[in-house]
Design a protein around this ligand. Structure first.
Ligand SMILES: [Zn+2]
Length: 294
């Protein structure tokens, strides 16, 4: 945690410095996942995507398929996957996952519709991730990308639930008492994925971990992550809160500019209409928020 906070401060300072030399700040230099583990494999923004993807495969036991992994437009998504895996690498999570499913395929694709990811639906035995949709969410809610990734991995993690292993037995008893978690998921499997996804991605927008959800929090902490935490107890300020608002402010101003442009165009359209110049059309601009459906 401390290391990443320090890094965030360094990044924030370097952004200030960079602004004086007119170098653009990299969109992927943000704190998205508060640390559970010391960073053992720092994400290197200078690494080619081919090296990053092969590094994900060999370091953390996945098989990456789909052309988006090596498409520079999707570097923030690759970086988020890298950092998420690094952050959970000292917990029992990945070992337990691989014991259940072996080398897991991560398929970077465009799913279409409302789903940003799935396990086993788009492609059998693979976690499919809708990279274009995730990239759309990234600017306003980068934590969503991490949460979605862990959510889908966790569907693979619970693949053994029909055998009712101890973790699942404990969880279903908890689910029977506590029910839904957040605004999504009305089955034990979906709620489990959300409980685990938000436990890792503490910086995700609208994270449901308030003190009222401490039973789910304690479950994830003790039965899934071996006591490691990605932030303070529910209800306490999360480290990313100090760094994310800066970027949110930046996007807020961008959104404000878009909204101003929309207002200008609408005003211009009204003026044109009043002048009877109906032949002048204008394109509509839409401002959409981050997707949440998974
Ligand atoms: Zn799901």
């Amino acid at each position: 945690m401390i290391a990443r906070v320090v890094r965030a401060v360094v990044v924030a300072l370097s952004v200030v410095v960079a602004s004086h030399v007119a170098a653009p700040a990299r969109a992927d230099d943000r704190v998205i996942i508060p640390d559970a583990c010391s960073v053992t494999r720092p994400y290197d923004a200078a690494s080619p995507l081919t090296e990053l993807t092969s590094g994900i495969e060999t370091t953390w036991g996945f098989r990456l398929t789909g052309r988006y992994w090596t498409d520079e437009r999707y570097r923030p998504i690759v970086a988020t996957v890298w950092r998420t895996l690094d952050a959970i690498s000292c917990t029992p999570y990945l070992g337990a996952l691989h014991a259940k499913v072996g080398t897991l395929e991560l398929f970077a694709t465009s799913i279409g519709g409302w789903a940003a990811g799935d396990y086993g639906l788009t492609r059998a035995d693979a976690v499919s991730l809708d990279f274009p949709q995730l990239l759309t969410s990234y600017p306003t809610d980068p934590g969503h990308v991490s949460r979605l990734f862990v959510h889908e991995l966790t569907h693979a993690y619970t693949r053994d639930r029909s055998a009712n292993p101890p973790y699942w037995s404990d969880f279903t008893a908890l689910y029977a008492r506590n029910g839904r978690f957040g605004s999504y998921g009305s089955s034990s499997s979906e709620v489990f994925s959300e409980v685990v996804g938000y436990y890792v991605a503490r910086c995700a927008a609208n994270n449901p971990y308030t003190p009222a959800e401490s039973a789910y929090y304690d479950f994830a902490k003790t039965e899934v992550f071996g006591g490691k935490e990605f932030g303070p107890a529910p209800g306490q300020p999360v480290a990313c809160d100090a760094t994310i608002p800066d970027t949110r402010a930046a996007y807020a101003s961008a959104n404000a500019a878009v909204e101003a442009a929309v207002a200008d165009r609408e005003a211009a359209a009204q003026e044109i209409a009043l002048n009877g110049a109906a032949r002048y059309g204008y394109e509509s601009l839409s401002v959409s928020g981050p997707g949440t459906a998974i």
